[in-house]
Design a binder for this molecule. Structure first.
Ligand SMILES: Nc1ncnc2c1ncn2[C@@H]1O[C@H](COP(=O)(O)OP(=O)(O)OP(=O)(O)O)[C@@H](O)[C@H]1O
Ligand SMILES: [Mg+2]
Length: 467
């Protein structure tokens, strides 16, 4: 189908000239004499590209650009805007690019130059439409319980969730702080057969040790000082549904014994009671260290570990799935944009590169905080590099991924920046793979410790220690 171009100019001769020029090239051409007219026409027949003069009476080209980008974001559509600036007004061209213009052309222009700019912008438009289509397909396929991210490791997580959600199999979720353990636990419950039954979350680390047993399993009146009436425990509250035991590693040994029995025999005795209570719950436990290590040092019962670890879901830290960063960032942008009443169209490429280059020690929660702060600060329609915290801005200029099958990017690429970002990512991965031991990390990268240290320092990753 022919692409649709909307020409906006207050000068009749210009509109006539451009209509002829573009029609000859096979485009469908609409014209409008003002920004206001252009907007209402765009609502009727959405254009692929808008070519607008910047200086017009009434709505200016920049205002039109903002409005169009806002409309596009709201309706999940895409439009390229090319602005026409007067000779010598670079400032307004820069401003237009910042607001999201695809390109600009300076008057007076020659026809070939203009056609080239338009062709290039439409090329980009086609790519974006394609990417957006693919992205929403992937989203539909992998979105589970509101979880965002379609990287390989996350697909494996979704796969496991799908396989167990309708069963009552217990499961253990391990992952660093902020990596989404509770979200996955909720996804298991709320997408599964037990979704209409209760989901009860308990943070085992937050209950004083002496109270854990009575909180979890309940007590009868008079069982201990302060037990003035019978109290059903949280496990009973989760009957028929899911009990989410967060920070399960903090569970005292005495409570571990009772829990083990409750899992094995589906019954337990509340504190001070003589009669047993029956219970049917699925237990999802979470832990931000390896629970196996707690078994090894004797603070966690091995038999209970095996009962909980029927299926183990390991949530990878965000830095090893940087493919998810863009999707997550857009997701949070939308969410906080609505919350703060800001119309943000997207994230500028440099800001996105900086996000992708950051290693996110606080994982998804940190990314969420970064985006929330940026949305609060942003004056854009585009969230920019200047809205990100200082520490993220020091990063790399470009992290274009180059897959084998991908041709050369039409916009060219910054090879030095690309290699630097790869280098930085591999340094971090090596440290991770070596559990933080830098001597071993250097070995993994087949380089001397000195050279490794030098490279860390180059990226400001050196914490000054020797190991
Ligand atoms: N895949 C994801 N998609 C969307 N939001 C996510 C995702 N993972 C995490 N989040 C968000 O990040 C924040 C942290 O997630 P969550 O509380 O599940 O992490 P956690 O692993 O339980 O952290 P902690 O160990 O600190 O308890 C939450 O606000 C959650 O909504
Ligand atoms: Mg949590």
């Amino acid at each position: 189908m022919a692409e649709r171009i909307l020409v906006v100019d207050d000068e009749l001769s210009m509109r006539q000239f451009l209509r002829i020029l573009f029609s000859r090239e096979g485009y469908v051409v609409d014209v409008a004499e003002s920004g206001e007219r252009a907007l209402s026409q765009a609502r009727q027949d959405w254009p692929d590209l808008v070519l607008t003069d910047l200086n017009m009476p009434g709505m200016s080209g920049i205002e039109l650009l903002r409005e169009l980008k806002g409309l596009a974001a709201r309706d999940r559509r895409d439009v390229e805007v090319v602005v026409v600036t007067a000779y010598g007004s670079t400032e307004s061209a820069v401003e237009a690019m910042r607001v999201g213009a695809a390109d600009y052309i300076t008057k007076p222009f020659n026809n070939n130059e203009l056609l080239l700019v338009v062709r290039r912008a439409l090329e980009r438009h086609r790519l974006e439409v394609q990417v957006e289509r693919l992205r929403s397909e992937v989203r539909g396929q992998y979105h589970l319980g509101g979880l965002v991210g379609s990287s390989k490791p996350m697909q494996e997580v979704y796969d496991l969730v799908r396989r167990i959600k309708d069963t009552r199999i217990n499961c253990l979720i391990e992952g660093e702080s902020g990596s989404g353990k509770e979200m996955v636990a909720r996804a298991i419950h709320f997408s599964g057969a037990r979704r209409d039954e209760p989901f009860v979350a308990v943070n085992c680390g937050a209950i004083p040790e002496a109270l854990v047993e009575s909180e979890l399993f309940g007590h009868v009146k008079g069982a201990f000082t302060g037990a003035v009436r019978d109290k059903a425990g949280l496990i009973k509250a989760a009957h028929g549904g899911t009990l989410f035991l967060d920070e399960v590693v903090s569970l005292p040994l005495s409570a571990q014994v009772v829990l083990l029995r409750a899992i094995q025999e589906r019954r337990f005795t509340p504190v001070g009671a003589v009669r047993e209570v029956e219970v049917d719950v699925r237990i999802v436990a979470a832990c931000n260290v390896r629970l196996e290590d707690a078994v090894a040092d004797g603070s966690f019962r091995e038999d209970l570990y095996y009962r909980l670890n029927v299926v183990r879901i390991v949530l990878p830290p965000l830095r090893v799935r940087s493919d998810d960063i863009a999707d997550l960032a857009r997701h949070f942008l939308k969410r906080f944009g609505e919350e703060y009443g800001k119309e943000l169209v997207g994230i500028s490429p440099p800001a996105l590169d900086a996000l992708r280059a950051w290693h996110f020690p606080g994982n998804v929660r940190e990314l969420q905080n970064v985006v929330e702060r940026a949305v609060a600060l942003s004056q854009g329609p585009l969230l920019g590099l200047e809205d990100l915290p200082e520490k993220l801005r020091g990063g790399v200029a470009s992290t274009v991924p180059v897959a084998e099958e991908q041709g050369f990017p039409p916009e060219g690429l910054n090879l030095d920046a690309l290699l630097a970002s790869q280098e930085r990512a591999w340094l971090l991965r090596a440290i991770e793979a070596a559990d933080g031991n830098k001597t071993n990390a250097a070995r993994l990268l087949q380089m001397s410790f000195r050279s490794f240290r030098y490279r860390l320092a180059k990226f400001g990753l050196d914490d000054g220690g020797t190991d």
